[in-house]
Design a protein around this ligand. Structure first.
Ligand code: FAD
Length: 308
C-alpha cells in the first residue's frame, strides 16, 4: 500500500512541487543522487574508481513530453561521454538511458524520436570507447524499448537492456536475449504494476529473479546482476560458477548510496561491481522510487525534515 502510494506520488506534479520546494529535502536526496553537474558526476566516478568500482551514469530526467528537453538530454549525455573520455574514465564507466527522457512518450512519432536520439547517444559512447544500457520503465514501455534495443544493436551490438523479474513475461524475454553479445541487467523492478502483468508477492518476485538468472547465466550473453538482496547476490555467484563463468564474464550492479560496504566487499573479493550513479536536477521520480523500495527510507526522510 505504502509502496504504491509513494510510486503514485512519484508521478504527481503537485506532490513533486511540494517536495522539491522544501529546502530540507536536498540533504536526504544527496544520499541517492551523487551529483548535480557532469563535472561533479565525473568526480564521483573517479572516487568510485579509486575503490575498484565500475560505474554507469544516469542523467536524471524522465517522462518528457517536450522535444526540446529530449534534445537537451541527448546533449547532456554527449557532454558526459566526452568528459569520461577526456578524463580517462570511459574504460570503467558507461551510461544508462531512460528512453522516456529522450522522447519515447512524445505524442507524434515518440518511438522513432527516441530511437534517433538513443542512436546519437550510442555514437557518442562509441567515440568515447564505452557502452550504453537502456533502463526499463513501466510495463507499457517494454515492447517499445525492446524494439528500439533491437534496432540499435544492428549498428551498436554492445547496447544493453534491463529486464525486470517482477514481470510475468520476463523469463521469456531472458530466453530471447540470452544470445551471444547481449548484455542484460536483471533487476526486480521499481514501478507500481498490476497483478495482470506482474508478480505482487516478494517471494514470487525473488523466485522469478532466480529463474531468470539461471537462463542468463547459462546463456551466451553478459549478465548484469542488479540487486542489493544478499540472498540473490550469493545465488548469482553460485550460478555463475556452476555455468563456468569467471569474474569477467558477468557483473554485479548496485545503486549509489545503497549498501556501499557490500559494494566494496564484492570488489575486494575480486568480483566486478558497477555502481549506478544518478546525477542532475531532475531527481524527483528517481528519489521517490528509492523511498518506495524501503519504508525505513521514508521514516528517515520524515525524521530528518522534523529535526531540522
Ligand atoms: P530488495 O528486496 O528491494 O532489497 C534488498 C535489500 O537491499 C534491502 O533489504 C535493503 O537492505 C537494500 N535496499 C534495497 N533498496 C533500497 C533502498 N532504496 N534504500 C536502502 N536500502 C535498500 N528498476 C527498474 O524498474 N528499471 C531499471 O532500469 C532499473 N535499473 C536498476 C539498475 C541498478 C544498477 C539497480 C541496482 C537497480 C535498478 N532498478 C531498476 C531498481 C530495482 O528494480 C529495484 O527496485 C531495487 O534494486 C531494489 O531491489 P533489490 O533487488 O535491491 O531487492
Amino acid at each position: 500500500m505504502l509502496r504504491t502510494a509513494l510510486l503514485t506520488a512519484g508521478r504527481s506534479e503537485s506532490v513533486r512541487r511540494l517536495v522539491e520546494a522544501n529546502p530540507l529535502t536536498r540533504p536526504v536526496v544527496q544520499r541517492f543522487v551523487a551529483a548535480a553537474t557532469p563535472q561533479e558526476a565525473a568526480a564521483a566516478t573517479r572516487r568510485l574508481r579509486e575503490q575498484g568500482l565500475h560505474v554507469t551514469l544516469d542523467r536524471l530526467g524522465e517522462d518528457t513530453l517536450d522535444s526540446g528537453q529530449a534534445a537537451e538530454t541527448v546533449a547532456g549525455y554527449q557532454e558526459m561521454l566526452r568528459l569520461l573520455a577526456s578524463e580517462g574514465l570511459a574504460q570503467h564507466a558507461e551510461v544508462s538511458v531512460k528512453l522516456s527522457a529522450v522522447g519515447q512518450f512524445l505524442p507524434a512519432d515518440g518511438e522513432k524520436i527516441a530511437l534517433d536520439n538513443a542512436r546519437l547517444i550510442c555514437e557518442a559512447a562509441q567515440a568515447a570507447g564505452t557502452t550504453v544500457t537502456l533502463d526499463m520503465e513501466d510495463h507499457t514501455t517494454v515492447d517499445s524499448t525492446l524494439s528500439i534495443l533491437r534496432d540499435l544493436r544492428v549498428d551498436f551490438p554492445w547496447v544493453g537492456a534491463v529486464l525486470q523479474a517482477y514481470l510475468r513475461r520476463t523469463e521469456q524475454d531472458c530466453r530471447d536475449l540470452a544470445g551471444e553479445g547481449s548484455r542484460v541487467r536483471l533487476c526486480k523492478g521499481a514501478y507500481a504494476e498490476p497483478a495482470s502483468v506482474a508478480y505482487q508477492d516478494k517471494s514470487e518476485v525473488d523466485r522469478s529473479y532466480v529463474r531468470c538468472l539461471k537462463i542468463l547465466m547459462q546463456g551466451e550473453g553478459y549478465p548484469m546482476v542488479a540487486s542489493h538482496d544478499p540472498r540473490l547476490v550469493a545465488i548469482a555467484g553460485e550460478l555463475a560458477a556452476r555455468a563456468g563463468r569467471g569474474a569477467d564474464d558477468f557483473e554485479y550492479q548496485m545503486l549509489f548510496g545503497i549498501r556501499p560496504d557490500e559494494q566494496r566487499r564484492i570488489a575486494e573479493e575480486g568480483g566486478k561491481l558497477r555502481v549506478y550513479v544518478a546525477y542532475g536536477d531532475e531527481w524527483y521520480g528517481y528519489f521517490m522510487r528509492r523511498l518506495a523500495e524501503r519504508p525505513a527510507n521514508l521514516a528517515f526522510f520524515l525524521r530528518s525534515l522534523a529535526t531540522r
